[in-house]
Ligand binder design. Structure first.
Ligand code: GLP
Length: 244
């Protein structure tokens, strides 16, 4: 795992955007694995800026998102489809029909999951996967557990995740209790993984990811077994991890 420590959130966002831009510039038809949450918002802003400056062209790009809440439609302002549309897709020239987010309203969740995996395979896998990290070490919505799923799966959100994500909803009660998430299989098969973390709230988990053992109880530690991972972390998030 290559670790890049930067000064602050803005720098993390810029470095991440440059990484992703170089993937797109080297392969205009790249398949990007994209993430939601507060962490990548700045990176998306940087990408929009590059697009407006004509340094980036999304016309041939395809995206597959990591996850979606169960029970929220794409026009619900807390759905991840809505997040993606408003934070990036509406502002660049990506074809909307080339953007994929699991359908949290699917009637048959099992079918939705296997179709999502089939789609990723048909696309030839993911060229670059962006990840944030949950306070409990989850990636996508793959929560700490004795076992991790390979394929896209329906998952119950842990209490700590519901609490952490409640800040985006009017109340904790409104946070969905389940989600669909890409599994570890598709994530680990991505050719490149870019994981981002910013702020003091992530310091403990970043220390465990960098210095701890590989364990399914901290899903992000699995990334140590991938040969092309870059962790971009700001000083605050890196402050408990020692000299890195
Ligand atoms: C959610 C998402 C994750 C994200 C995590 C951290 O649970 N499913 O993909 O990484 O939150 O979010 P934030 O970046 O807001 O701290």
């Amino acid at each position: 795992m290559k670790i890049v420590v930067v000064d602050n959130y803005d720098e993390m966002s810029k470095v991440a955007a440059e990484e992703l831009a170089s993937v797109i510039n080297n392969k205009p038809e790249a398949v990007l694995g994209l993430a939601t949450g507060g962490t990548p918002v700045g990176m998306y802003k940087e990408l929009i800026k590059m697009y407006n400056e004509k340094k980036l062209d999304f016309s041939k790009v395809t995206s597959v998102n990591l996850d979606e809440y169960v029970g929220l439609s794409g026009d619900h302002d807390q759905s991840y489809r809505y997040f993606m549309n408003t934070n990036i897709f509406n502002h660049v020239n990506i074809r909307k029909d080339h953007t994929f987010v699991p359908n949290g309203l699917a009637e048959d969740m099992k079918e939705e999951c296997s179709n999502y995996d089939k789609r990723i395979e048909e696309l030839g896998g993911i060229d670059a996967q962006i990840l944030g990290i949950g306070n409990n070490g989850h990636i996508g919505f793959n929560e700490p557990s004795d076992e991790l799923s390979l394929g896209t799966n329906l998952t119950d959100l842990q209490e700590s995740t519901i609490e952490a994500n409640a800040r985006y909803f009017a109340s904790k009660e409104e946070v969905p209790t389940q989600a669909l998430t890409m599994g570890l299989g598709a994530i680990m098969k991505a050719k490149k993984i870019i994981i981002l973390a910013s702020g003091e709230a992530k310091a403990e988990i970043i220390d465990k990811v960098i210095n701890g053992k590989i364990t399914t109880q901290i899903p992000a530690t699995m990334l140590h077994m991938h040969s092309n991972v870059i962790l971009i972390v700001d000083k605050e998030a890196a402050k408990l991890a020692g000299n890195i």
